[in-house]
Design a protein around this ligand. Structure first.
Ligand SMILES: [Zn+2]
Length: 331
């Protein structure tokens, strides 16, 4: 790699529902800096554009001062976005209506004076994981993120699954039970109603309110508390995760049957449960999946919190700096 490429970097932003993160990513995919701030997604889009631009400017100034050349920025967005126009799509929730059509990419580009791309977070997590995380060495993978909802993306033979107008890879809305729980999308039995962090918390509260009590958990434990209790051997928490793993296996089997990927990466906050959910899911998938499929590895994310930000920055490095991180070796 030449000196010129070695000094290139891009900014990455993760626009999440509960937090905003910004970072600087080098041409080898290394996260050089990371800053967090509360997410203003519930405020008016003008305010978030300002907050994002301020964070990007700070990061760019610091990177330049350290001798890096910033080629542009990539934003990984939890709010649905049309990657081509860089505008937000109609949101699922009424209070986010002002976001519809807001030209976030153009706004940031004007504020920063550098090119900016904005993509949906599921595919960006998959891209980050593919390039510098658990996907290193694989040509294809499917990524599933278990957070407040369930998202993901697929990389097939090195290509990102075309995320047509941001309206693809909604893995969380795979239907696993026609008569199941009602989903905000209007259908019943969507996968994310069973395997997201939100679903885990609701299930815990429901069972705790009915009868079973756990010595380690209060009445409304968070997903993080449930995972920690399970890791400490709490029977109730372990049962909850085991139940979740069963539902996880159903959707993962569908994805395996659809894509036959050599690798499925599970990311998002719940992936910190690791083998507590992956081991039983792996076992059930072996029973459920089509026998003609090749061997499929099921692993936890190596970048559980930064995959989206890194993926978006690496896409910006490729698009605006001509940098292909897989050609550069890695971190
Ligand atoms: Zn749904």
């Amino acid at each position: 790699m030449g000196d010129k490429v070695a000094s290139l970097c891009a900014l990455g932003l993760d626009l999440g529902g509960s937090g905003l993160k910004g970072g600087v990513v080098s041409s080898t995919g290394k996260l050089l800096k990371l800053k967090r701030m509360p997410s203003p997604v519930h405020a008016h889009p003008d305010r978030i554009a300002e907050a994002l631009a301020a964070l990007l400017r700070t990061l760019a100034t610091e990177a330049l001062a350290e001798g890096w050349q910033v080629v542009g920025a990539g934003v990984s967005s939890t709010l649905d976005v049309d990657p081509q126009s860089g505008c937000f799509l109609p949101p699922h929730f009424a209070h986010l209506q002002p976001w519809q059509g807001y030209p976030i990419a153009q706004d940031l580009q004007d504020a920063l004076g550098l090119p900016v791309l904005v993509e949906n977070d599921g595919p960006m997590c998959a891209w980050g994981e593919y390039l510098v995380g658990a996907g290193k060495g694989f040509d294809s993978l499917v990524m599933v993120t278990l957070g407040s909802g369930v998202g993901g993306g697929a990389i097939l033979e090195g290509n990102r699954l075309a995320n047509t107008l941001g309206r693809a890879s909604y893995f969380g809305h795979l239907c696993i039970d026609l008569d199941g729980l009602e989903c905000p999308c209007g259908r019943r039995g969507c996968w994310e109603m069973y395997v997201s962090a939100t679903a885990l918390e609701q299930r815990a509260a429901e069972v705790l309110a009915s009868k079973q009590l756990s010595p380690r958990l209060g009445m409304n434990p968070t997903a993080q508390q449930i995972v920690a209790a399970a890791q400490a051997g709490d029977e109730f928490a372990l049962q909850l995760l085991d139940e979740l793993a069963g539902y996880l296996a159903i959707g993962l089997t569908d994805l395996a049957n659809l894509f036959a990927p050599p690798l499925i990466v599970v990311g998002g906050g719940l992936s910190l449960a690791g083998e507590l959910i992956l081991a039983p899911a792996r076992q059930q998938m072996d029973d459920l999946r089509l026998p003609i499929l090749p061997e499929i590895a099921l692993v936890a994310s190596q970048l559980p919190f930064e995959a989206g930000l890194i993926g978006a920055a690496l896409l910006a490095l490729e698009r605006y700096g001509g940098v292909h991180v897989r050609d550069n070796g890695s971190t």
